[in-house]
Design a protein around this ligand. Structure first.
Ligand SMILES: [Mn+2]
Length: 289
């Protein structure tokens, strides 16, 4: 990776030119993915759980993280901001289960990329993915929290075995009500001209990586996100699919607008308690230096 970008008088702030597209797909009855894209935050969440709880998990976690970022002040520690957001999101899912026990076991992946003006911070848990396209080269920023990835790491299977492995869909970590989330948070060095993609497994399970790279390399963030979703649908659309694309660009990421909401996140009925999430984010911003 590159050396971290330092902010000084001569170093401009960096932000995203964001785009977001989500589709229910051709087989599923509802869309349990949620997405968010703004100048300061890109996010994808893929929920699971019966009785519409998958929608509630992904939408509520997306809302909590976006609220914490929108409510934060400049120059707050981005690692602390994201870890506090994830911790509250997990507690918030617990509240959601107490309000409706039919939601027990609901969970979601989370992949979020924050631009704070000085640089970029990634938070990741589950099997959604982050990719970086720099020039012609596509690299994966995230490591899948899946059983098959662990088997690859242990040398027991190869990457080529993953698409046909019987346990390929087993996710070993996620943001689950009632468990402590084991989330990876790391600084990521990005530079102007980079393009990043956050996607749910509805893309990466069905569209080969070299095709993802080719489609990501063309057009605006909006057209690239739409073409990637279209490719997942053309491959059968067997899962909900969400693609969040951001071009890294000079500018201020601390813009107070709502950004693009897609998937389950678009429907307020999926949020456990939007007022509680906002109040918690403002209370945090008031107390954190
Ligand atoms: Mn999925």
């Amino acid at each position: 990776m590159q050396a971290p970008i330092r902010r000084g008088d001569e170093v401009p702030m960096l932000r995203f030119r964001p785009a977001a597209t989500s589709d229910r797909g051709l087989v599923r009855d509802n869309n349990e993915d949620s997405g968010y894209a703004s100048a300061g935050l890109l996010l994808v969440a893929d929920g699971v759980g019966g009785n519409a709880a998958g929608e509630v998990a992904s939408a509520s976690v997306a809302h909590v993280v976006a609220s914490f970022v929108l409510g934060s002040r400049e120059r707050q520690d981005p690692v602390a901001l994201l870890s506090d957001a994830v911790e509250f999101a997990f507690a918030h899912l617990g509240d959601g289960v107490r309000r409706d026990p039919a939601r027990a076991g609901m969970a979601t992946t989370l992949t979020a990329l924050l631009a704070d003006g000085d640089g970029f911070t990634l938070a990741h848990v589950g099997d959604s993915r982050g990719y970086l396209l720099r020039g012609p080269d596509l690299c994966q920023l995230t490591r899948d929290d899946t059983l098959v990835q662990e088997l690859v790491d242990e040398g027991r299977i190869t990457r080529q075995d993953i698409p046909t492995h019987p346990y390929r869909s087993v996710v070993v970590r996620s943001v689950t009500a009632g468990t402590t989330p084991d989330v990876t948070i790391a600084r990521v060095a990005l530079q102007p001209g980079d393009r990043v993609l956050l996607c749910s497994d509805g893309l990466s399970d069905f569209v080969p990586e070299h095709v993802i790279g080719d489609l990501l390399d063309v057009g605006t963030p909006t057209t690239a996100a739409q073409r990637l979703v279209d490719a997942a649908l053309a491959a059968g659309g067997r899962d909900n699919v969400t693609c969040i694309v951001g071009d890294v660009d000079e500018g201020n990421p601390h813009v107070r607008h709502n950004g693009h909401l897609v998937g389950a996140h678009r429907n307020p009925v999926n949020l456990i308690d939007p007022a509680a999430a906002l109040a918690q984010s403002l209370a945090r911003a008031a107390t954190v230096g």
